[in-house]
Design a protein around this ligand. Sequence first.
Ligand code: GTP
Ligand code: MG
Length: 447
Amino acid sequence: MLDNLSERLQGVFKKLRGQGRVSEAVLKESLREIRMALLEADVNIAVVKELLSKVREQALGQEVLQSLSPGQQVIKIVRDELLTLLGGEGAAKLDFASKPPTVVMMVGLQGSGKTTSTVKLGKLLKKQGRYPYLIPADIYRPAAIEQLVRLAETAGLKAYEHDGSRTPLEIARDGVVAARKSGFDTVLIDTAGRLHIDDTLMAELDGLKAEFGPQEILFVADSMTGQDAVRSAGEFHKALGLTGAVLTKLDGDSRGGAALSIRHVTGVPIKFVGTGERPDDFETFHPDRLVSRILGMGDVISLIEKAEETIDEKEAVKLEQKLRKNTFDLEDFRDQLKMVRKMGPLSSVVGMLPGMGAVKEADLDTGALVRVIAIVDSMTPKERQYPQILNGKRKKRVARGSGQSVQEINRLLKQFAQIKKMMKTLQTQKKRGGGRRGGGKLPFFRK
Ligand SMILES: Nc1nc2c(ncn2[C@@H]2O[C@H](COP(=O)(O)OP(=O)(O)OP(=O)(O)O)[C@@H](O)[C@H]2O)c(=O)[nH]1
Ligand SMILES: [Mg+2]
């Protein structure tokens, strides 16, 4: 997602970076291009105008920061303004009741992803040590109850089962009682969607709100619908008083406009994002990370988190020691690739790496990973440790063993050499204290 916007902005910045000084003409041209890029990404026009006027004002009145070149300063201003637009550095938190259970209502238009997000949020909360209980309160769409119950089951969550013959209010009332009885501390209510906002729906939601005084009313917005999502968020907010938004389907080719406008237009913070159909494709929303991603600095921190979830701790320590001693070899490389494979679809991982935003899905077939693993498997331990001993004869043997061509093996060796070089640079930076946030350790190896 946001690939186009990211590409365009990075193009503008590339030009700016090279500038020793930014003349007014260059600034004007850059702002024009940024404006086009944002509009094409379907960012709300009022938002674009305000953002650009702020950037212009600051760029012109900018005191010269010693450490940055003028081009970099403009980039920094754009970054800071985008961040403000999204609600500032940190993630917005969920509000929990001091006396359980906390009640969270999921609301939104039809098909926006409410039911899926209810399950995803439940799973995330469970990972964080809470005890979530899911209540299906959509009695209108056939099989809606069944859908939530089934999804909850596969995600290892408990849901309130009922036959759908009562009103949503009665169902939720009983559901909350059942939750309290069984000691669940967080109740997630999945509500019905409508094609359009109508009075009946609002009255029903309002009734639930009045009954439970929910800590959170989360508006689930389909990011693919762009400004429509922003508009209906505004209307729901006016009617119900939302506490946050969940932006779904960011994995699709949504242009990103909704993400960049919803907070500013409605004043409601984005709290979570859905990035796929599986129950794990769900993240706490971090404005700073999204901005880094758009501006191409790579969402290294998300990557680290994702990696940490999957990577065995001992393995990570072992790898870090190897790195430090510079004995990282092909065998470690292969093991690392195996871990990467465990982390899910490759594109979702690679998209977060700095500079890799432009890599297209098609370039990333998992088949390539499997081939690399097969090649390394066909080597002797000594060859994995000292790849430089791989002469023509040995390469031919490995090629035969792995069913790959010698060129393929050469390519892998070249890539591996590059990776080692990159790791060395990162290590040196780290020693100089120039590491990134997050402990300054390398992605994959932080623990
Ligand atoms: N790719 C992708 N698909 C999603 C995401 N979230 C939901 N979906 C899909 O969107 C479709 C609709 O999701 P639901 O959760 O049923 O939406 P809903 O808002 O509950 O729909 P109604 O109850 O009919 O109003 C399903 O096919 C989901 O798998 C997401 O983040 N990414
Ligand atoms: Mg639903």
